[in-house]
Design a protein. Structure first.
Ligand code: PEP
Ligand code: MN
Length: 338
């Protein structure tokens, strides 16, 4: 249930709404917005409660029963766009934030070279997986903590903040010691123990869409992060499974405007895992920016042919440089910049 307060409602009036909810055994989250305060009333039985319980309280303008299962990620709870800040880089503002780098950290030389290339081309965040969620247990699983250390060292050298995936709930503390942004992979979008632990941390997080999940399920998963008090949440569309097999996944381009309507959270797009082939990545990346994405997460490898993971979908340095130039023009045409 969402309780919107009148403009200029006093703190006593807001408190009385909070107290009422607590007296009914419900949780609350407060959004003291620029225009007005909004109180989200959280609990499994809010669907049965009469809205009048809150509507009669002084200072309350409107009470809405939320029909969607997600609350904190909804535009109803927070009207203004959320901005996530990483080392002074804002995600969700006018700038299109490009995160790029190899699928997996393989060695110091590979990572530093990738970081140098992507930085030179204008990417501002370095990606690289140290823990890799592989479909087969016999595939390369990532370098683990030594990969995290390489990411942190490369950040020190080149000044690019880093994003890396956390797979295990018990590794949230370890990974956030080294990473500036935690990545929740598609296969873990509904790993609620992992989400709950990340929700308790204050580390920015990219929540990738489960490849068989609806937008509603995705935003409901985001509520796990937000409910723990972590409001540094970025969504990432990375393609869903459909009957079409000419690409690795089908990028759901429509999810960008759908998310913009339904949620205040920033959304970025990963064209690499959607495409599955380097030749398709530029067109999808450009379409995503044109459709309103706040950023991109792109796989770039200094030598894709030698990559241990996802070489076929990784851009070479020259392909990435060309794409960044093209993206600048698209960004400008939609009133944004890179
Ligand atoms: C990745 O970004 O390296 C990755 C494994 O992506 P996804 O979780 O979207 O498959
Ligand atoms: Mn990959």
């Amino acid at each position: 249930m969402i309780v919107e307060m009148r403009k200029g409602a006093s703190s006593e009036e807001i408190d009385s709404v909070v107290e009422k909810a607590k007296s009914l055994g419900l949780d609350v989250q407060l959004n003291l917005g620029i225009e007005k305060a909004v109180v989200a009333i959280l609990g499994s039985n809010t669907g049965q409660l009469p809205t009048e319980l809150f509507a009669v309280l002084s200072g309350v303008e409107n009470v809405t029963r939320i029909m969607k299962p997600y609350k904190l990620a909804s535009r109803g709870f927070k009207e203004e766009d959320s901005l996530v800040s990483v080392d002074g880089i804002e995600i969700g503002g006018r700038r299109i934030v490009v995160m790029a780098g190899p699928c997996a950290v393989e060695s110091e030389e590979q990572l530093v070279e990738a970081a140098r290339v992507v930085k030179e081309c204008g990417a501002c965040i370095l990606r690289g997986g140290a823990f890799k969620p592989r479909t087969s247990p016999f595939s390369f699983q990532g370098m683990g903590e030594s990969g995290l250390k390489l990411l942190a060292r490369t950040k020190e050298q080149l000044g690019l903040p880093v994003i890396t995936e956390v797979i295990e709930s018990q590794d949230v503390g370890l990974v956030s010691k080294y990473a500036d942004i935690l990545q929740v992979g598609s296969r873990n979008m509904q790993n609620f123990a992992l989400l709950t632990n990340i929700g308790k941390s204050r580390c920015p997080v990219v929540l990738k869409r489960g490849f068989s999940c609806t937008v509603t399920e995705w935003l409901t998963a985001a509520d796990y992060l937000l409910a723990g008090g972590n409001n540094q949440v970025i969504l990432c569309e990375r393609g869903i499974r459909t009957f079409e097999d000419s690409t690795r996944f089908s990028l759901d381009i429509s999810s960008i405007p759908v998310i913009k309507n339904s949620s205040h959270l920033p959304i970025i797009v990963d064209p690499s895992h959607a495409a599955g082939h380097y030749s398709l990545v530029p067109a999808i990346a450009k379409a995503a920016v044109a459709a309103g994405a706040d950023g991109l997460l792109i796989e770039v490898h200094p030598n894709p042919k030698e990559a241990l993971v996802d070489g076929l979908q990784s851009l070479s340095p020259s392909d990435f440089a060309r794409l960044m130039e093209e993206l600048r023009a698209i960004a400008k045409s939609v009133g944004r910049y890179i």
